[in-house]
Design a protein around this ligand. Structure first.
Ligand SMILES: Cc1ncc(C[n+]2csc(CCOP(=O)(O)OP(=O)(O)O)c2C)c(N)n1
Ligand SMILES: [Mg+2]
Length: 560
């Protein structure tokens, strides 16, 4: 006979889980008790459930396996909700285990009781509450299967406290084999034909290719067909940005020269992306529901392919396997006209990476300076995490990714992702440099996970862009309500001192000339470090200053 909690842990190990991120709760004490004796699973104790969830997402991105978080019932679960939503928007496999009130007290508004099925239904692949301990192992195995099948995403498993303490005659359940969507030879031939007939074919590559085999297949296909590749939002690392096939990053508000150049495409091959709102620049490129150029869409889930957009060809297939199959039909040599088109796009993308603005302003460092220095200094295989916020615009546009350098950022635009993600990345990849870029707003949402880094042996370098503002929102205010600043100014702590109080290294940067030394010192320190960059608010985004926004607003006629 075994305690159900121990059967659960055995099942986790059988699913390949070697690390979980948690905030403990009295609702799953027996699991914590069992984990104390389990050498196979490292337990990272976090300071907030959003941090635990974000760490699980980053870990999933780096391992290719579902990320796992354990949180307590009710309040703990609600704190974790932001990560569930992020995993859903990013199609990242994650299993979130939540304690639940004991079974006899369910449906009685018991202390911290939540109906998880109702709360999480809209943002998960599956929510299940385990009522019978005999079913626990099978349900957990199925949860891992569901998180990885078709469109990957989050699954929530609720564990009533008393169920975990039942004694049962059972063992753990092995991982269920995943079924992979395939693609037939005639479809592959048709794709190759459509590429051959097109004047200006373009690949849009997305997050499902964000692993070694996906990136290798993308590179091989791009080279064999001579295809340009634009990447979906937050995935600029799918292809080395210096590679002649790299045709830009479809980030939030992509610069006009890029979107105008890409719009010339007469065939779009979208692989491993859901072609969501941001990547398609508001469902305009390729347009939905009726695109202006033929779209071939490859994604391993029939409900997504063709679901919101007419496709010339929809293929339910694993993106990497599809690309490997397509290689068989590659031409002996890429067409000359494709080569010209590819060069044109690469020149536009490369040109946009140049920064022509100043490095310093009267009110602080222009954040471009920090990004350009980091780009020069960081190892090519560094992991870079990016929070939501305007400072991130410089990182996404002016830093080179791919070719080994990983970009981890939430396409959901969730603030607070990057510090926990960097902690998880430095635990998973201790041999790689891990650098987090975060705003002053985002840092104070989950920067407390610096304590987790100290405790667990992670050593991320955190670069805080401190412009004393929720700058992104201030930018929107200046666009729509110029000169009327409301609720966006921030009064901040001394971030470097704060980092020191955690036991980390803390360095202040007030002029661009200091950044390079600061980053080298931080990287060499071998411990968690924070560089607080006093950042210009006037230079509020990579695209415009506050003054420029006001002038634009004043000179562009407004609708009445
Ligand atoms: C969790 C969450 N809350 C609110 C927002 C809305 N939001 C987007 S950017 C932003 C401001 C970010 O400020 P900061 O981190 O200081 O970066 P900055 O824009 O100043 O560079 C806000 C509030 C969000 N995206 N996520
Ligand atoms: Mg800010």
């Amino acid at each position: 006979m075994k305690r159900a909690a121990d059967v659960l842990i055995q099942t986790l190990v059988q699913q390949g889980v070697d690390r979980i991120f948690c905030v403990p709760g009295e609702s799953y004490l027996s699991v914590l008790d069992g984990l104390a004796d389990t050498a196979d699973v490292s337990v990272v104790t976090c300071r907030h459930e959003s941090g635990a969830g974000f760490m699980a997402i980053a870990d999933a991105r780096l391992t290719g396996r579902p990320g796992v978080a354990f949180v307590s019932r009710g309040p703990g679960a609600m704190n974790a909700a932001i990560a569930v939503h992020t995993a859903q928007q990013d199609a990242v496999p994650m299993v979130l285990f939540i304690g639940q009130v004991e079974r006899p007290h369910r449906q009685m508004n018991a202390f911290q009781e939540v109906d998880y099925e109702r709360v999480f239904a809209s943002m998960t692949k599956w929510v299940v509450e385990v009522h019978d301990a005999h079913r626990l192992a099978d349900i957990v195995s199925r949860a891992f299967h569901a998180a990885q099948s078709g469109t990957p995403g989050p699954v929530v498993v609720a564990l009533p406290e008393d169920m975990l303490e039942d004694w049962i005659d059972a063992e753990g359940t092995a991982a269920l084999p995943l079924a992979h969507a395939g693609v037939d030879a005639s479809s592959l031939r048709r794709v190759a034909d459509l590429i051959a007939q097109a004047e200006r074919p373009l690949v849009i590559a997305g997050g499902l290719l964000k692993n070694a085999s996906g990136q290798a297949a993308l590179l091989a296909t791009a080279e064999a067909f001579g295809l340009p590749v634009a990447t979906a939002v937050r995935h600029a690392d799918l292809l080395a940005n210096e590679h002649p096939s790299f045709a830009g990053h479809l980030a939030y508000g992509a610069p006009a020269p890029l979107s105008e150049a890409l719009a010339q495409a007469d065939l779009i091959l979208a692989v491993g992306t859901q072609l969501g709102d941001v990547t398609t620049q508001g469902y305009r490129f390729p347009a939905a529901p009726l695109p202006t150029q033929p779209v071939i869409h490859v994604w391993p889930d029939a409900t997504v392919v063709g679901g919101i957009r007419q496709t010339a060809l929809g293929l339910v297939a694993e993106p990497a396997a599809f690309l490997r199959g397509l290689l068989t039909y590659a031409p002996s040599q890429p067409a000359a006209r494709h080569e010209t088109w590819r060069q044109r796009l690469h020149e536009v993308a490369t040109g946009l990476r140049q920064w022509h603005g100043p490095m310093d302003a009267p009110d602080g460092v222009v954040f471009a300076a920090a990004v350009l220095a980091a780009d020069r200094i960081l190892a090519r295989d560094a992991v870079v995490t990016i929070d939501a916020g305007n400072f991130g615009g410089w990182v996404q546009r002016h830093m080179r990714f791919g070719g080994g350098r990983t970009m981890l950022a939430p396409s959901s635009g969730a603030m607070g992702f990057s510090v926990p993600a960097a902690v998880a990345a430095s635990l998973r990849c201790p041999e790689r440099q891990v650098v987090c870029f975060v705003g002053d707003g985002g840092f104070l949402m989950t920067g407390n996970e610096l304590a987790t880094a100290m405790q667990s042996g992670g050593r991320p370098v955190i670069v805080v862009a401190d412009n004393a503002a929720y700058g992104t929102i201030r930018m929107h205010q200046e666009k729509q309500f110029p000169h009327r600043v409301s609720a966006t100014a921030l009064c901040n702590p001394d971030f470097a001192s704060l980092a020191r109080s955690y036991g980390a290294l803390g360095i202040d940067v007030t002029h661009s000339s200091q950044f390079e030394d600061a980053l080298r010192t931080a990287l060499a320190s071998g411990r968690p470090a924070l560089i607080a960059v006093r950042t210009s608010l006037e230079h509020i985004s990579a695209a415009a200053t506050i003054d420029e926004l006001r002038i634009r607003r004043a000179t562009v006629p407004q609708e009445v």
